[in-house]
Design a binder for this molecule. Sequence first.
Ligand code: DAH
Length: 341
Amino acid sequence: MGTLNSEFEALKRLESEFSTDLSHCDDLKALETIRIKYLGKKGAINQYFKRLAEMPVESRAEWGRELNRLKNSFQQELSAKSSALKKQQQRREFVDVSLPGYHSYVGKRHPLTQILDDIKFIFTSMGFTIEEGPEIETDYHNFEALNLPPDHPAREMHDTFYLPGGFLLRTHTSPVQIRVMEKRQPPIRMIAPGRCFRRDTPDASHSPFFHQVEGLCVDENVSFTDLKGVISAFAKKLFGPGVQIRFRPSYFPFTEPSAEYDFSCIFCEGKGCRLCKGTGWLEISGAGMVDPEVFKSVGYDAEKYSGYAFGMGVERLAMLKYQIDDIRLFYENDIRFLDQF
Ligand code: DAH
């Protein structure tokens, strides 16, 4: 046994070694190893107790007190550490299965984009090209070249947003016909999807902007029968093989003859319901044979070529397909609405 002082020094070192061990310990198993190392039967504290007998009599009481103090302090610290570790473990293991799960939203295509993609697919598979034109148009392309001179009464139906310098926001996609024919010679088979604008007050069926798809086919010997065949094939592809089409005489300045075309009601299959207002038919849009005046404005020989043109409202088709009764829902970006498609 060394000097008494150095024995007490050794206890101090033991105490700081214990603190270090404890601070590095982060699980209960390691904590038990520490307990055995210091407080076990053959642990450090007991080793020191065993040496009590070797102590000078006058120092034994102090030595004993010091050892007991250490023992108690180790015990306390071990049990505090043990309960802290247990709590930590519980927190890690605790899973509340009644909590709502994390929902990750998967992006989807907007319903208008979905139906536009369907329309594009159907027409491109019939050999049509996809064309684009500007949303800011000239009065000439939007009206005049389509046989709507400045004083033409049909202009009034269009409620146009006019811009300075003879420009306007296109009121339909028909001007894309003109732009394509100005650039290219027949044969032409194209569709032009795009956004249009009219000064309409928004309500369930009106919006100041909306989408149309224009169709145009020009070649030698193109007839009204071809138009009917293409519209019929389109209707069946979009809404199913049972859909019938019908044409009613109408008037558009850029077609002659002109028609409006309807699809048999996809909800009641033509029997008559609330959506088709009891008629069994759903109005889609207009169509007709390209007016020779239009060919004249793009320099085509109206004796040699003939063609058909048609329009369609994308929102109208999407509202029918998805049974949506308010056009404004398309533009509000309400995730609860969009999530359904
Ligand atoms: N442009 C017309 C509209 O916005 C729709 C239309 C009708 C387009 C007849 C055509 C057509 O190509 O032949 O109401």
